[in-house]
Ligand binder design. Structure first.
Ligand code: ADP
Ligand code: ZN
Ligand code: MG
Length: 480
């Protein structure tokens, strides 16, 4: 393995979240009764004509911008001809030599190393339907064809062969997915097939100039499978070459149960598809003005937001990346930070207590019982010393169960951090007087007894003392 260098390029399909399909007005929906969301256009009936969905174009532009691609002012739809039972038209409407955008990149970090992975192109196309195969004995074997997915709007994102390890491929797909989600183009739900990935893998001797022959692994439907399949394929190719064989260009499938890839078919070439310009659609023209309008609606991208969280709020890199993992989470954090006046503390509360609480209640940020503004208020009260951390945890739980805000709960329950040192000192004096044996132990050098006194003080104040202040007072009094 040490002699070889892997080369990886990914082809990723994203189903865009439009209301309707790309060339007709059927609903673009997952999970409907089979063959109910169909019409003459998406069924490919003769003479039916496609009409391009404006929203699909705007999503394709948004995805292109999110991936730093240059959008063409003129792109061309092309027919990609092939037969399959889930493709009644006999061709996919795709884009070929003039895709909607090109020349982009995705930034990744692996082992602390920053790297840009090139994005060759983004093109738009319609999806095919879905075949399901059932039964295993000849007498009860059926194949089902569901055409609901025919005409769902896809973009295909093709990377340059820039990745050099399975980890880099994993990071690339992670960042790509995040960018597409932020751009609002798709939820990228892999379980629903809204994000699908094919991996092209080859190996070459380290230092070699030319790439080796690649194999393509199709239909990787999870991040874990991508990583395992690529790792497996790299070892397979190295072993093959080392034993005197050579890699053939082909399409393979990954079997996660056996952790191996196997031949699906020999690789088709572009000319097999007999691409030609789609005669039923005019060229797609994207004016500077239209592009500008889509650009103006783009949100801050995850990488920028992560950097800003570090620079503006002083968060640690790791925390910034956790908080930007979802746009909704980043929005929630920013709103909580603003309301608290203490972004670092807000970050800890959001990542810690808040997420734990949602998880325990099996909820998401969409239906959180505690709004960002209210969490921020609570955090602010801790920062100002009005509540101790422990009290705030109790208050947060009560906010979730009652729906009241922090101030209401604190006032109702008479909760208040004792920051008045005079009051704390009086209680500390009583505790010290009541425990002469422990005082003697402490003064005799057993300093761990300090914790006993702090505990007593916290108990006597029903947790309302600030632990740091309590410790300082007890320490000073015992010392004296
Ligand atoms: P094809 O015409 O066989 O589909 P493309 O040039 O369109 O090949 O590339 C398809 C994908 O394969 C791209 O993501 C590209 O980066 C990747 N790729 C191309 N050559 C190699 C190679 N030798 N090893 C690994 N990946 C490659
Ligand atoms: Zn339709
Ligand atoms: Mg290709």
């Amino acid at each position: 393995m040490a002699k070889y260098e892997p080369v990886i390029g990914l082809e990723v399909h994203v189903q865009m979240g439009t209301k309707t399909k790309i060339f007709c007005s059927c609903p673009n929906e997952f999970g409907s009764e089979p063959n109910t969301n169909v019409c003459p256009v998406c069924l490919g009936l003769p003479g039916a004509l496609p009409v391009l969905n404006r929203q699909a174009v705007e999503y394709a532009i948004a995805a292109s911008l999110a991936l730093n691609c240059q959008v063409r002012d003129k792109s061309i739809f092309a027919r990609k001809n092939y037969f399959y039972p889930d493709l009644p038209k006999g061709y996919q409407i795709s884009q070929y030599d003039r895709p909607v955008s090109e020349h982009g990149w995705v930034g990744i970090v692996v082992d602390g190393q920053h790297k840009r992975i090139g994005v060759t192109r983004v093109h738009m196309e319609d999806d095919a339907g879905k075949n399901t195969h059932d039964g295993y004995r000849d007498s009860d074997r059926y194949s089902y064809v569901d055409l609901n997915r025919c005409g769902s709007p896809l973009i295909e994102i093709v990377s340059e062969p820039d990745m050099r390890s399975a980890d880099e491929a994993y990071e690339y797909l992670t960042e790509l997915k995040l960018a597409i989600q932020y751009a609002g183009v798709s939820n990228c739900d892999m379980e629903k097939g809204n994000l699908r990935c094919d991996a092209n893998v080859s190996v070459r001797l380290k230092g070699a100039e030319k790439f080796g022959t690649k194999a393509e692994i199709k239909n990787l439907n999870s991040f874990r499978h991508l990583k395992l399949a690529v790792e497996h394929e790299i070892s397979r190719q190295v072993a093959l070459i080392e034993s005197g064989g050579r890699v053939v260009q082909e399409t393979r499938l990954y079997n996660p149960d056996l952790d191996e890839t196997f031949t699906m078919r020999s690789k088709e070439e572009a000319h097999d598809y007999r691409y030609f310009p789609e005669p039923d659609l005019v060229p797609l023209t994207i004016s500077a003005e239209w592009l500008g309008r889509v650009k103006a609606l783009m949100p801050e991208m995850p990488a920028c937001r992560r950097r800003r969280f570090v620079e503006e709020f002083g968060l640690r890199e790791y925390d910034a990346s956790v908080l930007t993992q979802e746009r909704a989470l980043a929005d929630y954090f920013e709103a909580a930070a603003a309301a608290s006046g203490d972004p670092k503390a807000a970050a800890n509360w959001v990542m810690g207590d808040m997420l734990a609480m949602l998880k325990a209640a099996n909820r998401t940020l969409d239906d959180t019982p505690v709004s960002a503004g209210r969490l921020g208020e609570l955090v602010g009260m801790v920062t100002k010393g009005e509540l101790t951390g422990k009290m705030a945890k109790d208050v947060l739980a009560k906010m979730a169960s009652t729906g009241d805000d922090a101030l209401t709960i604190v006032e109702r329950e008479g909760m208040k951090a004792i920051s008045d040192t005079g009051a704390l000192e009086a209680v500390a004096d009583q505790i010290i007087a009541a425990n002469p044996k422990q005082v003697e132990q402490y003064r005799g050098g057993k300093t761990t007894v300090l914790q006993f006194f702090v505990g007593q003080l916290m108990k006597a104040t029903r947790g309302q003392a600030d632990p740091a202040a309590a410790k300082a007072i007890v320490e000073r009094k015992l010392g004296g």
